[in-house]
Design a protein around this ligand. Structure first.
Ligand code: GLU
Length: 315
């Protein structure tokens, strides 16, 4: 039996758009073409952005596209919703705390953005280390005024890996990333922690996701190492860009699955467009996700982002 385990990890913060469908199709094909196990994990930790009805829609849209999974989702015994796994994240956070790797950070968002610090690889301000060396007395005093976030102290170390599509990538954690947050001041566990714990505990061996998350991989590889989880392989797939060159977002409602389904397009025509843009087929044609399985190979998948024209191909 194949030992490949992959996952869909959507955040239910809106309707799925074509870019999300593009990454999900490639993640699914990579697993199914290897006879592997596919998991669905609903990444709904942020109560300000995520809603259960969006999660249901994501599941319905995946099914409509012809993409299935073996475990996870919202229902059933094998449900995997991050919002139901908070105690698990708290446990791993505790291990890191016991190792002395965490410290409370009292900086406000405004303070972080005001500091003219250089930017980290993901575009956010590099944390200047303001709260790194607060004395225990100062920490206690400040905690009476404001609930802190928890940050992890990163080492001055280079993390390098080879991405299946993007090739060699490296980052020095201290220089390019900085100490990062593992629990927000409102108590919500951070994506970086949850994703590592879940991929580790669920036995994920390959991560296929959008290229915008490439810069998260070094942090995740390092956390896997200190939490003693094996490293999965990574493939960061191209992003779909709007006609004016912006990355598609949940605000591009004309390109979300709701609008596309309402326009009367069939799943095969949508999957055919995605497959054509990815490089898996060399002319636009209607095709089902299942029919693509024997055609899948990472060697055919393009690395560059795909800029969509004003009109989607109609077939
Ligand atoms: N939940 C993330 C997203 O929707 C994906 C995280 C991941 O694949 O690691 O962008």
């Amino acid at each position: 039996m194949s030992t490949v385990t992959g996952r869909f990890a959507p955040s239910p913060s809106g309707r799925m758009h074509l870019g999300n469908a593009f990454s999900c199709l490639l993640a699914w094909l990579s697993v199914r073409s290897a006879g592997g196990r596919m998991l669905l994990r609903i990444e709904d930790l942020d109560p300000d952005r995520c809603r259960p009805d969006y999660a249901q829609q994501v599941e319905a849209d995946l099914r409509w596209l012809g993409l299935d999974w073996d475990e996870g989702g919202m229902d059933g015994e094998t449900a995997c919703c991050q919002s139901r796994r908070r105690e698990i994240y708290a446990h791993y956070l505790n291990l890191l705390q016991e190792d002395g790797l965490l410290y409370p950070c009292f900086c406000t968002r405004g303070e972080l953005h005001a500091a003219s610090a250089p930017h980290a690889s993901d575009g956010t301000p590099l944390y200047p280390g303001t709260c790194r060396r607060l004395s225990p007395e100062e920490q206690t005093r400040r905690a009476t005024l404001r609930r802190p976030a928890l940050r992890i102290r990163v080492p001055d170390r280079e993390i390098a890996f080879t991405d299946r599509l993007q090739g060699a990538y490296r980052e020095n954690l201290a220089r390019d990333c900085g100490d990062f947050i593992l629990r927000r001041s409102d108590g919500v566990h951070a994506y970086q922690l949850a994703v590592v714990v879940d991929d580790g505990l669920l036995g994920v061996t390959q991560v296929v996701r959008g290229r915008d998350l490439l810069t998260s991989a070094p942090r995740q590889l390092w956390l896997q190492e200190i939490l003693d989880f094996p490293h999965p392989t990574y493939a960061h797939v191209p992003l779909l860009l709007s006609a004016d060159g912006r990355r598609l977002s949940k605000r591009d409602s004309a390109l979300d699955l709701g609008a596309i389904r309402a326009s009367g397009r069939t799943p095969e025509s949508v999957v055919g467009s995605l497959a054509f843009w990815s490089g898996l087929i060399d002319r636009p044609q209607a095709i089902s996700a299942k029919e693509l399985i024997p055609l899948f190979s990472w060697d055919k998948v393009r690395r560059e982002d795909v800029r969509l024209g004003q009109n989607l191909p109609a077939f």
